[in-house]
Ligand binder design. Sequence first.
Ligand code: IMP
Ligand code: MG
Length: 198
Amino acid sequence: MSQSANAPQSVSQELAPPPLNSPRTLKGVLISEESLRDRITQLAQMLNQDYGDKPVVIVGILNGTILFFADLIRQLTGPIEIDFMGVTSYRNGTSPGNAAITRSLKTDLKDRHVLLVDDILDVGQTLTTIVEEILLQEPKDLRTCVLLEKTARRRYPIAADYIGFSIPDYFVVGYGLDYAERYRNLPYVAVLDDSHLG
Ligand code: IMP
Ligand code: MG
């Protein structure tokens, strides 16, 4: 094989995306498994105290909330029901886009205590869209709980009632959060490498 035929081959190897979960694409761990566990236990204790014996419908936002939701609700002691809403934020890589509801709730929320659980509150469009949708059903009350919040880019006047961690304006992945649908399975929260920011 000639030299010129070999050259493009080595370049394309260089440009090939790294394997899934390769440490090369992550800058490092921002929140360890242990810190997540400890803080989620604290959040659950606050919720148990605040809701007491009241029946609550816990609404999880798919897909980012899956791990947080599962770890949180197993520590709740009151009479809870669960349901899920699907929301796509039409993010282009790491840049915010428009939020649209892709899966509706099955539960009637009228006159119910509702706790909305999401993965991360960033510019606030997603949570605002969901809150507006849920309020149409006239719940008895609605509170919001997010694992993470980034205040740096907030554009909507919304704050969560329960917050796991306030983080700097990094794009984070893992523990349910994705970049282009990858990394949701990591058991910790990591910062995506700058070279992959869109
Ligand atoms: P926003 O508050 O409208 O910007 O939207 C929040 C949604 O954007 C979250 O539910 C995530 O799906 C996504 N998002 C925002 N920041 C991050 C991040 O750092 N990593 C992964 N997803 C993010
Ligand atoms: Mg999400």
